[in-house]
Design a protein around this ligand. Structure first.
Ligand SMILES: Cc1cc2nc3c(=O)[nH]c(=O)nc-3n(C[C@H](O)[C@H](O)[C@H](O)COP(=O)(O)OP(=O)(O)OC[C@H]3O[C@@H](n4cnc5c(N)ncnc54)[C@H](O)[C@@H]3O)c2cc1C
Length: 270
């Protein structure tokens, strides 16, 4: 049964931050609701206030500048990431990752910040954004801070965000514009499903970066490699870093084997 809560939908960032500041842990942010409503309905959380952020205009939209790089507003949906011309042309790994998330219905609602703030080890956008070395802009009534996505996750479904804060946008530095990329996602079924193991790789003329999902308590990124790093050394670092779990969906051995296989396939392709 769905428990009772108050629903508020402020239309300015100032009003939203004031609500978060006043209500603290009694409030929960609602973006697409594809995780939040499942958690409320399942009784995992029981917020007194659900604060819808989709009416706030300055949390929307994608922009790019050669000096600052890519900025993606928090409430940008997966379908917008898949179709946005700037993203498709300059950072296609984001469009690719968004296209793999759930079903069409989910992609129409699920937002980039929601996927990242859920902090699931298998979140598709977290993996791609880690490979791009993205940063997260976080705002509260006292100001704004920028956190590297690699430092954003603190454990399974936990992050550095405090109760009075919200993620306002994701930022990708211009250095990786037009980088080559590869992504693989292992699922139990051919249709929409969460990943059992996922790998995202970006490569420029000088740098190769590998991010991994579903193989540790959080999505993870390996230390940067030079573009010409031998495959064996990348696999060795990956093998020492990952800590997949056994669960009803897959064994840790299977996850590990698939992570290694995906890394090899992608690197050979690139
Ligand atoms: C059937 C099904 C299939 C799915 N398949 C996939 C899949 O294949 N791949 C995948 O990665 N995910 C999948 N998901 C998970 C889910 O759709 C994503 O995690 C989604 O991106 C969450 O975004 P949202 O906008 O719906 O977030 P919400 O549900 O609105 O919010 C999620 C969490 O983030 C917080 N939050 C949201 N926005 C902000 C913000 N700006 N600042 C601070 N906190 C915020 C909320 O308070 C909440 O705790 C699936 C879910 C379902 C139900």
């Amino acid at each position: 049964m769905l428990q009772t809560f108050s629903y508020v939908a402020p239309d300015s960032r100032k009003d939203l931050l004031a609500i978060l500041n006043k209500e603290g842990t009694r409030a929960k942010i609602l973006a697409g609701g594809t995780d939040l409503m499942v958690d409320i309905r399942g009784g995992k959380i029981a917020p007194a206030f659900v604060v819808d952020i989709k009416k706030i205009a300055d949390l929307k939209g994608v922009s790019y500048s050669a000096t600052e790089g890519l900025s993606i507003g928090a409430v940008t949906t997966c379908i917008e990431l898949v179709t946005d011309k700037t993203i498709v042309a300059k950072f296609p790994i984001i469009a690719d990752a968004a296209s793999r998330l759930g079903s069409t219905q989910l992609r129409n609602r699920a937002t980039i910040a929601g996927n990242i703030c859920t902090a699931s080890p298998c979140a598709d956008l977290s993996c791609a954004m880690l490979a791009l070395g993205a940063s997260v802009e976080i705002a509260s009534m006292t100001g704004t801070r920028i956190v590297k996505l690699a430092d954003f996750f603190t454990g399974v479904k936990t992050t550095v965000i405090k109760a009075d804060e919200l993620v306002t946008r994701l930022i990708v530095a211009p250095e990786l514009v037009n980088a080559k990329f590869g992504m693989e996602k292992l699922k139990r079924i051919k249709g929409h499903d969460l990943s059992l193991a996922s790998v995202a790789v970006v490569k420029t003329g000088t740098l190769l970066r590998v991010a991994l999902g579903s193989c540790a308590p959080t999505p993870i990124v390996l230390p940067d490699f030079p573009a010409n790093a031998p495959l064996a050394s990348i696999l060795e670092v990956a093998g020492k870093t990952i800590k997949p779990i056994d669960d009803v969906r897959a064994s840790k051995e299977y996850r590990k084997m698939m992570i290694m296989t995906f890394i090899e396939q992608i690197i050979l392709r690139l």
